[in-house]
Design a protein around this ligand. Sequence first.
Ligand SMILES: O=P(O)(O)OC[C@H]1O[C@@H](O)[C@H](O)[C@@H](O)[C@@H]1O
Length: 457
Amino acid sequence: MTRTTLLILGASGDLTSRLLLPALAQLLERQPELELDLVGAGTDDWSTERWRAVVRDAFETMRRGSGAHRIADTTYARADVTRADDLRRLIEPVDGALVVYFALPPAVAEEACEAMRDIELPEETVLALEKPFGGDEDSARRLNALLQTLVPEERIFRVDHFLGRATLLKLLGVRFANRAIEPVWSAEHVASVLVRFDETLGLENRARYYDHAGAMDDMLQSHLLQVLAVLAMEPPATLDERDLRDAKAQALRATRLWRDDPATSSRRARYTAGRIDGRELPAYVDEPGVDAVRETETLAEIVCEVRTARWAGVPFTLRSGKALGESRAEIVVTFAPVRHLPSGLSGTPRDGGILRFGLGPETMSLELNVNGGEDGLFALERETLRIEPGDEELYAYTEVLGEILERDVTISVRADSAERCWRIVEPVRRAWERGEVPLEEYRAGSAGPQDWASSQV
Ligand SMILES: O=P(O)(O)OC[C@H]1O[C@@H](O)[C@H](O)[C@@H](O)[C@@H]1O
């Protein structure tokens, strides 16, 4: 592999120290052959010494992050990356391959791309952008067009780290390699699908970003629709980038809000003050940097339908929220009750079994109706088979960064899908703006409003 310069724009930000650098540590540990120069650039007036200390600290947070010496000579440059001159200063000295990682808020990333039009990028430059990609379908389309003037699509990475999660990758094997599962993966047997990402974390000083995004753009429009696409897609012929991304794009193209009605297929809520794990949390509106007038939701739910012969009629519910009492992050596939239960078996199972995939920790479990337990020989009870994650799980960001450095776009979001995801949720945002869906409240540390579809599973 040729020597690569990884240039992180937004290096003094939270994403870099919390996620990218630990991922880099794990990657260097795993791939000793990787030849990499690391350059950080940001608006903060940091010295290279300070940057190196940040890099070292992040590497130390990794259990076996011993690779720090391999990028010990990393440098930091103060730069306004929305200015062509500053970018030129960063990019011109690069010798070899260049990967630019935009660890920046979407609007700044877009301005940086604009500025890049004025400079000559090295051959084969790779651009990696974080979600949310644009702010609506039109802006995503504009950003795609802009990026494609800089580098071709196969060198644009629209990062969605959920696609690098072990669960999502393992779902491919579980879905397609098991005769017990593959034929029942359809409306014929599945009653409902829930993708839930409930967090105990509150705002965590991210108002500048989150107060504009809310739970909808932060999680549903991006991560959770990508999860839906992997769950709902038709079996691709191969796991090549093209086949896999075509299959996902097709599933997203078939995805609509339930009954095409944004008002009845969506819910939104915002947390009030409360207590989580012994920690007092102020109400969302009292968090520093929050504009209460904006009515940002911290919990959202939408119900979709994937209008294909395989899935029509099955509700796919997506839900995510912050400051909830319990972190519950999982995919729940509920099978329909059996058509006939022999009399003599007692107890009426409410479903035909449930397959759950944890989204951190990345576990898997199958709940089955089983008789012969404590309640008697022919009494049905629920038993759960579990698969726990191994010690060697890769962090999602490590997987993502590895793919970027290998220039493999398979688990990156393709241009058409990035646009499509906005089209699915935009009617919801508009209905919310028209006031058709009330902004409910829930106490921080509670389970959220109880009458939502997602609260029933
Ligand atoms: O659990 P993970 O992998 O950190 O992912 C969850 C996070 O994903 C990020 O993309 C969101 O912006 C955060 O709000 C969220 O907390």
